[in-house]
Design a protein around this ligand. Structure first.
Ligand SMILES: [Zn+2]
Length: 98
């Protein structure tokens, strides 16, 4: 069973109160989207990002299978110190002069 490659999703950070979820994946093959609530802790953020990407990559898996995979992947990444780096609007480091 082969499936066409999933496009790289657009990731949107927004509060997801009403949806009662920390993350959400929209499996539209032309515009796959992952939404993540920005209020999560950094560790949960990584888990939810993995979780939602797994939904897009493996749409046939059940929620509990995805949940397990997301936890396992993010746990290993986190243990190897993978973290989100926030990029400022300036691409070059700000020079500090005295
Ligand atoms: Zn899920």
């Amino acid at each position: 069973m082969t499936r066409p490659k999933t496009r790289q999703p657009k990731v949107v950070w927004r509060k997801l109160g009403k949806e009662r979820a920390w993350g959400q994946a929209t499996c539209d093959p032309t515009y796959p989207t992952i939404e993540i609530d920005p209020r999560l802790s950094p560790k949960r953020e990584l888990e939810v990002l993995c979780h939602e990407q797994l939904h897009l990559s493996l749409p046939d898996l059940s929620e509990s299978q995805i949940d397990r995979l997301g936890k396992e992947m993010s746990r290993t990444l986190w243990s190897q110190n993978y973290r989100r780096v926030l990029m400022g609007k300036h691409k070059t480091p700000v020079r500090i002069s005295k």
